[in-house]
Design a protein around this ligand. Structure first.
Ligand code: KG4
Ligand code: ZN
Length: 358
């Protein structure tokens, strides 16, 4: 069975073909360079760019997989959550393609794609596991018993971890997307030189909050700028470069400490021995190193998707569809999967794919 997967929820056009859980080919076009000039994603530009990229990417993926379009058994696409216009592009192309082929079209929840993306790594994690989902829009700890069996253990009450990276990076004058830029500036700094809050570290539950951290960074960066005003021009640049590097390192350390601490608490409270990390922030090396050393001591296994599948991609959407079919959660003969009429769900709630822990 061959599944074509299409992802267009935000600023990445991703297309992939998966066959019985194995990834055959994938292609991705990132719009980062285009949005960089605006300091963030411009939804209308994102939609227009998806339109331009999607068909050539699909053609490339089919060629790389050595498949003809007629060999595809179903077309899966991200139906939400995400930017409405961007989602519509992927959904329309997927539905049109499926309709033309007389094959089913499968609407996939973007977060389920992220949640199952560590299964693209080798070796694969076994169920059950705890998933730490950390992307630009989401920060969640989930208990994953199997495909389609998810329990929400905790989540952010305000900003997502990726958003915290992006917003603090912007305060330091770094380009969009802020996560990787802040991480690389952090390498030059010393986290111990600046004390920042660890929001909700001791809240006694598995929820997160990152907006206070952003305010602390804002206050600190303003104070640094004021201090710099009293320096000569050439000293000013060096002073701010050093201080901003320390501030970047301290910000990253604060975010990572909270993520690691809550992940350990989730593992302890459920007694599970496997953690998987998914979403764009999962690419952060400091997070990976800190988790690896903390979990190694406890004999807990940790899995990450390959770096290229941490951020948005078509492979995770095709894989999620494939796993849902194999788990019996999608019956391709069901009327609801018949291509034709469709809607996208920009605010598709997480509760529609998981239960809340009481
Ligand atoms: O999963 P993703 O591609 O998109 C969403 O579904 O939101 O995640 C994008 C987020 C952005 O906030 C980006 O800054 C962050 O992931 N990110 C990183 C790193 N690479 C991407 N954050 C910290 N360190 C990184 N290396
Ligand atoms: Zn995502």
């Amino acid at each position: 069975m061959y599944i074509l997967g299409i992802e267009t929820s935000c600023d990445e056009t991703g297309v992939a073909v998966v066959s019985s859980k194995a990834l055959l080919a994938h292609a991705l076009y990132s719009q980062v360079d285009m949005h960089q000039a605006y300091g963030g994603v411009v939804p209308e530009l994102a939609s227009r760019d998806h339109i331009q990229r999607i068909v050539p990417l699909a053609q490339q993926v089919l060629k790389d997989a050595g498949l003809g379009l007629e060999q595809i058994n179903a077309v899966a696409y991200t139906a939400g959550p995400g930017l409405a216009g961007a989602l519509l592009v992927g959904a329309s192309v997927a539905q049109a393609l499926a309709f033309g082929l007389g094959k089913p079209a499968l609407a996939i929840h973007h977060l389920e794609g992220h949640l199952l993306s560590p299964l693209l790594s080798s070796p694969r994690p076994n169920f059950p596991f705890i998933a730490l989902l950390v992307s630009g829009g989401h920060t969640q700890l989930m208990q994953v018993q199997g495909v389609g069996q998810y329990t929400l253990l905790g989540e952010t009450l305000d900003d997502a971890a990726g958003e915290a990276f992006d917003k603090t990076a912007k305060l330091l004058g770094l380009p969009y997307p802020g996560g990787p830029a802040l991480a690389s500036l952090a390498e030059k700094g010393d986290a111990k030189k600046i004390k920042l809050p660890r929001p909700m570290l001791n809240s006694g539950n598995l929820d997160f909050s990152f907006s206070g951290l952003k305010t602390a960074v804002l206050t600190r960066s303003r104070a640094l700028k004021e201090l710099a005003e009293n320096l000569a021009e050439e000293e000013k640049t060096t002073f701010l470069a050093h201080q901003y590097a320390d501030l970047a390192a301290a910000t990253q350390a604060a975010i990572v400490e909270v993520l690691v601490s809550k992940s350990l608490a989730a593992l302890a409270s459920t007694g599970l021995k496997t953690l998987v990390v998914a979403g764009g922030v999962g690419a952060n090396l400091h997070l990976r190193q800190t988790l690896n050393s903390a979990l190694d001591k406890l004999g807990i296994q940790v899995f990450y998707p390959p770096l290229e599948f941490c951020t948005d991609n078509g492979a995770m959407i095709a894989l999620a569809a494939c796993l849902r079919i194999e788990a019996g959660l999608i019956d391709l003969n069901q009327a609801e999967f018949k291509a034709g009429a469709f809607s996208i769900k920009p605010r598709w709630p997480l509760t529609s794919i998981c239960t809340l822990r009481t």
